[in-house]
Structure formats: structure tokens, C-alpha cells
Design a protein around this ligand. Structure first.
Ligand code: ZN
Length: 452
């Protein structure tokens, strides 16, 4: 029997979505998450996961400082309450409460009065964009610092400044969030995004927001695969999850890292280390049939948490879906990656493309033609478009012929879509029609083997 429920429900769902309402939901979530000061540890991550948890089921895990995770150690937990630089009149000229980017993320505490020349080595700016505040971190080296617009830095008069960073760096925990949607099968699709950036929208709130909406939409449909959404601090969070979940990681058959998912650029897919995994082919297929500009790039061992998922000891089939990739937009890691930089329509488009990719993964399969010696007579089954047949009926008829011809137990539906040039959805529909007429049978397990 051909299994079509999940694929059809998803397709229906994607078609029925109101892109404007979807975009508003995605952007509004970013707006709510934007003010929170996140880092790789601390209350900012907890507060973020609590907000996500109001919309989807998020299980939170706390891993103590000092825990060894492969070659890494869970760091001390960082929290911050206030930070400022006051000039000689006592006026806050740099204020953490105006922008959390003003503090070098993970700064150790400091409080004192110092001259400009003593302060200067602790100040960071971007000369090329003199009005923007840079985002800087120092996770694994204990330092303190401030980030400010270059124009402001250049105009600081000599004199004494009161400097305060009211932070704590102490034993605590690293916080991870997971949302698992069980499917009929234990095999998993991983959707991962980093949750460690403070007030920056495209990198990383766009990925979080897309993942939450995706999770919400997938929760309502029948699912073949189990979907695991991971909300983890960059690098250390993914390393910690893999170290603690080797069994679950072995069930991941397809995966996507979502990052920089909301700017106005076209979509970019970065292949998994395997290069030709089902996720790589599904993503490429969706982008090629989207009618919009896109890029597909090969794997490289630099970027987001695919670096961990695609490390050779795991080599999971996990690619990255972005719009403009990190570091290729001027606003990257600056205060200009703000609420205006992310666009509702682009966010909605990323969700719809993710659903289309999922639709391919869910609907993929290998079949055999049960009437393989010469073509079956389609006319007597009502499957042959009349002589004047055109448009959709004619396309479906061609898709029926493709599926019948290539369903030899070796070619999958995605193979057939690629070879015929038809969108996967049409090929899937043709297979469903043929199945209902007793002309096609699924080869159990074959698609799984191919996904490995
Ligand atoms: Zn980043």
C-alpha cells in the first residue's frame, strides 16, 4: 500500500498557508526575543527557551560547568546585570541597557576609574561602519571589554572614566533546548539552530523563529519521521548534545542547520559533508524548482554547528539552509543586524521552502512497477488524458509514464523527479495514483538504505 498521508497533508498545509500571516508571526517572535542578552550560557538562554516553550514543547537540559564533552569542557556560566562607561560628569556614555552589544560577550566583572589610555585597549569598534556597534565575544579567554560606534570612540576626550561590568562568571550550567515530534518511524530529521547570540536578528533569531514555526506546523500533521528541533549554544551546545546523545544521533537520517534565514537575499544551501545525501538532493531539488534565485555550496569545515554534526566521527547528513550566508552581509555581527534587517516575507519563504524539503523527505521511496512487461493500458483505467488533454492532466500523464518506467526497485521517486525534470510533488502524486490502481508497490526499506 502506498503511504501518502504525510506528503499530501504537508503539501496541502503549505499551499493553504497565508504567507503574510506567517511572516508576521515569524517577525513578531524575533521582536520578542530581540532584547534578551543571550550568550553560550546563562539566564539569557533560559529566558529564550522559556519564550519558545510558550509556543512549542521544549525540554530543557542543564549540563554542569566542568563536564567533559568530547575534547571540550562545559565553561563557567556567565550572567550580566549591568554595564556602563561614565564620563567625568557621571553621565553614562556607553550603557548596556541601551544595547547589550555594548559589552564584550562573556566579559569578566570590572569596576574602577581609569584614564582613556588605560581604557582604550578594551574598546572595540568598526572603522568601516562608524555608526554600528560590533558584536564581539571572548568565551574561552577571560577578558573584559566594550563595543561602541567608531565615531563615538574617536570622539572620546582624554580624562578619567568610570568603568563597570556587573557580570558573574561562575560554576553553573550550559542550557540546551529540544523539541521532539515523534513520527511513525524512529528515524529522525534534525533541525538545529544556535541560541547564543544577543540582540542580533538574522544571526541567530531568524533561525530560531523559523524552527519554532516549522515545529508548530509539523506538530499538526501525520509524520513518517521523528523531528528533533535543537536549540543549542553554538559549538559547545552541539558538542554537548552529541556527547550526551550518541544513540539519538545514530537515528538522524536527514538534518538542517538554520541560520541567517530572514534577510532579503535568495536562499543558499550548503551541502552536508557527504555531499550527495538525501537532504542535499531534496534541498537542491526544491531550490531548483522554486523559480527564485538560489545558491548551492559544497561542504567546508567552517560555519555553524554542521561543523560538529559533520565531523568525521559522526558524518551526519546535515546541511545548512540560509539566505545570505554569515559574514557575507555587511550587517553581520553588528548592531545593524536588527529588526529592520530581517524581512517578514523572506522569513515566511524560508519556512515554506523548509516544508517543501520536508515534503520530499517524507514522500521519498522506491517502488516497483507491477506491470513491467510493456506499458500497462492506462486508458482502460481512466488514467490516459483524452486526445485533447493538456496542462495538468498531460503533465500527470507524463509523470505516470516516468514513474512506471523507472520504478524498477532501483530508482527512487527523487531519482525520477531529477531525471524527468518534474517537481517531486507531481512524481509523488503519480506514484499515489498508480498505487491506487494496483500498478505500483513500495520496496520496503529501500529509501532508508539510500538515505544512509
Ligand atoms: Zn554569529
Amino acid at each position: 500500500m502506498i503511504d501518502q498521508s504525510a506528503a499530501e497533508s504537508l503539501a496541502d498545509r503549505a499551499r493553504a498557508l497565508d504567507a503574510a500571516a506567517l511572516g508576521a508571526e515569524l517577525h513578531d517572535r524575533i521582536r520578542r526575543l530581540y532584547p534578551i542578552c543571550r550568550s553560550i550560557t546563562g539566564d539569557g538562554v533560559r529566558q529564550t527557551l522559556r519564550l519558545l516553550g510558550a509556543e512549542i514543547d521544549v525540554a530543557v537540559e542543564e549540563i554542569p560547568t566542568g563536564t567533559q564533552v568530547f575534547d571540550w569542557t562545559i565553561p563557567k556560566e556567565w550572567n550580566i546585570r549591568d554595564a556602563y562607561i561614565k564620563d567625568s560628569t557621571g553621565t553614562r556614555i556607553v550603557d548596556f541597557h541601551a544595547s547589550n552589544l555594548h559589552v564584550l560577550n562573556y566579559s569578566t566583572p570590572v569596576h574602577g576609574v581609569m584614564s582613556l589610555s588605560e581604557l582604550r585597549p578594551h574598546l572595540h569598534s568598526i572603522p568601516k561602519h562608524p555608526d554600528w556597534i560590533p558584536y564581539k565575544t571572548s568565551y574561552y579567554e577571560e577578558r573584559w571589554g566594550f563595543c561602541l560606534p567608531h565615531r563615538q570612540l574617536e570622539s572620546l576626550p582624554d580624562g578619567d572614566y568610570e568603568v563597570c561590568i556587573d557580570s558573574t562568571l561562575a560554576d553553573g550550567h550550559l542550557t540546551l533546548g529540544q523539541c521532539v515530534l515523534p513520527g511513525r518511524e524512529a528515524d529522525e530529521v534534525l533541525i538545529s539552530c544556535h541560541v547564543c547570540h544577543p540582540s542580533l536578528c538574522n544571526d541567530n533569531l531568524s533561525g530560531l523563529s523559523v524552527a519554532v514555526t516549522l515545529s508548530r506546523l509539523l506538530a499538526d500533521v501525520p509524520r513518517r519521521f521523528t523531528y528533533r528541533f535543537l536549540f543549542v549554544p553554538g559549538t559547545i551546545g552541539a558538542v554537548a548534545w552529541l556527547a550526551g546523545n550518541e544513540d539519538a544521533s545514530a537515528r538522524i537520517k536527514h538534518g538542517l542547520v538554520l541560520a541567517c534565514a530572514g534577510d532579503r537575499g535568495g536562499l543558499t544551501y550548503k551541502r552536508s559533508r557527504r555531499g550527495h545525501a538525501a537532504i542535499d538532493r531534496a534541498a537542491a531539488h526544491v531550490l531548483e524548482h522554486s523559480g527564485a534565485p538560489f545558491d548551492i555550496e559544497n561542504f567546508k569545515p567552517y560555519g555553524y554547528d554542521e561543523r560538529q554534526y559533520c565531523s568525521p566521527g559522526f558524518n551526519l547528513p546535515v546541511g545548512v539552509l540560509s539566505r545570505t550566508p554569515y559574514a557575507r552581509f555587511a550587517e553581520y555581527h553588528t548592531s545593524a543586524d536588527n529588526l529592520d534587517f530581517v524581512d517578514s516575507a523572506s522569513l515566511a519563504d524560508t519556512v515554506i521552502k523548509c516544508l517543501s524539503i520536508v515534503e520530499v523527505l517524507e514522500g521519498e521511496g522506491v517502488y516497483v512497477n507491477l506491470n513491467a512487461r510493456c506499458e500497462p493500458q492506462l486508458g482502460k483505467r481512466g488514467l490516459y488524458a483524452s486526445l485533447g488533454g493538456h496542462g495538468g492532466a498531460r503533465e500527470l500523464e507524463m509523470a505516470l509514464l516516468w514513474v512506471l518506467n523507472l520504478s524498477d526497485g532501483d530508482h527512487s521517486l527523487l531519482d525520477i523527479a531529477e531525471q524527468s525534470g518534474f517537481p517531486f510533488r507531481l512524481v509523488r502524486t503519480a506514484a499515489d495514483v498508480l498505487g491506487r490502481h494496483g500498478l505500483l508497490r513500495e520496496v520496503a526499506g529501500a529509501a532508508h538504505e539510500r538515505g544512509k
